[in-house]
Ligand binder design. Structure first.
Ligand code: HEM
Length: 169
């Protein structure tokens, strides 16, 4: 039996409409993990950007006032949550794609590795600049330089994050 072309066209169009997400436990966990990841990236990256462009030119002391420990705590929280949500995202994305029959290529894992290493660099710089040890004092003597390196790494991380996403949009 031949269906009229208007019906086949309509069916084809319906098939192209993106499916509604299935709202279950794993879906909610994925969305929450993504929100946490982006929020913490904003806190850490935004904080470093503000320090680099606005505060650091007036000297290391201008960066923190008497609230260095408050920023140090946020650096710790953001670092922990970025690591936790990032690893969760990685494992669920890799598993999900494999289960759907299209395992992610090597280049995806290589880009992820570079992103991960750059993130470790950012965590280290953010933590040492906010630290209270004598090593931290030495790093703060070159605040502008370290912030420049950290911010460059943040930009590279965000670009790689966007590229990774194109593998499974
Ligand atoms: C300074 C630290 C970091 C920043 C600024 C950052 C930023 C980002 C951004 C902007 C995205 C894209 C978000 C989206 O489209 O949903 C992303 C995705 C992702 N990030 Fe991070 N991230 C950081 C650290 C980490 C770490 C430490 C890990 C791993 C442990 C990680 C793993 C991932 C993964 C797996 C994705 C999803 C990639 C994909 O869609 O295929 N990130 N990140």
């Amino acid at each position: 039996m031949h269906l009229p072309s208007i019906v086949t066209d309509a069916l084809l169009t319906l098939g192209q409409v993106a499916a509604e997400p299935q709202i279950d436990g794993p879906y909610v966990a994925r969305v929450i993990s993504r929100i946490v990841h982006i929020l913490c990236a904003i806190i850490l990256g935004g904080g470093l950007f503000y320090m680099r462009t606005i505060l650091a030119p007036s000297g290391a002391a201008a960066c923190f006032g008497d609230r260095r420990s408050v920023w140090a705590r946020w650096v710790g929280i953001a670092t922990f949550l970025l690591l936790a949500s990032g690893l969760y995202n990685y494992v669920t994305i890799v598993r999900g794609e494999k289960a759907a029959g299209h395992a992610l290529p090597t280049s995806y894992h290589m880009l992820f590795g570079i992103k991960f290493l750059l993130a470790l660099l950012v965590f280290f710089i953010a933590a040492i600049l906010a630290g209270r040890t004598s090593a931290a004092e030495r790093f703060r003597a070159n605040m502008a330089r370290w912030l420049k390196i950290a911010w460059t790494a943040v930009m590279a991380i965000v670009i790689i994050g966007a590229l990774l996403r194109t593998y499974h949009m």
